[in-house]
Design a protein around this ligand. Sequence first.
Ligand SMILES: N[C@@H](CCC(=O)N[C@@H](CS)C(=O)NCC(=O)O)C(=O)O
Length: 206
Amino acid sequence: MLKIWGRANSINVQKVLWCCGELGLPYDRIDAGHEFGLTNTPTYRALNPNGLVPTIEDGDFQLWESNVIVRYLAQQSGRGDLYPADVRTRFDAERWMDWQATVFWPALRPLFIELVRTPAVKRDATVIARAESLSLAAAQILDSRLSDRGFLVGDSFSMADIPAAITVHRWYALDIHRPELPNLYRWYRHMTDRQSFRAVVMTPLS
Ligand SMILES: N[C@@H](CCC(=O)N[C@@H](CS)C(=O)NCC(=O)O)C(=O)O
């Protein structure tokens, strides 16, 4: 059975768990990272030299980097909707996944660290203001993208929606000023209708 290393409250682990949920793929998850430790042990470092979560073991094959794991699982499933069969649609999906990892989450992460992980008296207003502005800019890009479509790429739910929707969930969950972004909200509500999203992602932030 697929083995997933990583705590269930990690945004990056949640991508993998949600993907497994969409595929109906059984897995064995082992708590690791943050309060669970384990990621600095030689055994774990041999699996993932970064000491980060998630890592998967699929038989004798090991993989880390959450978005790559999502791509791997989607491709292995043979589901041409989740891992778009059409090459241009697939690279469109890859693009939005890379954008989540390199633009959207780096913009939002400092806000999450400040507002969820940092006691109020120790919060840095400058960091918060900058992260609010950068993450809003990223959310606006998504809103514009979703103005004429129901999903990020193609005509149906695909792997592209997973990293972006998980990040948007955190953006909506934080106590910040948010202008209305109707296209983004409509798409997000669509994601929250998915049972596997609700089971894995809609948990308290910590
Ligand atoms: N680019 C990596 C980033 C992995 C990452 O930063 N994971 C965080 C959790 S979201 C982590 O391991 N933090 C340290 C910890 O939990 O101990 C990925 O997408 O998998």
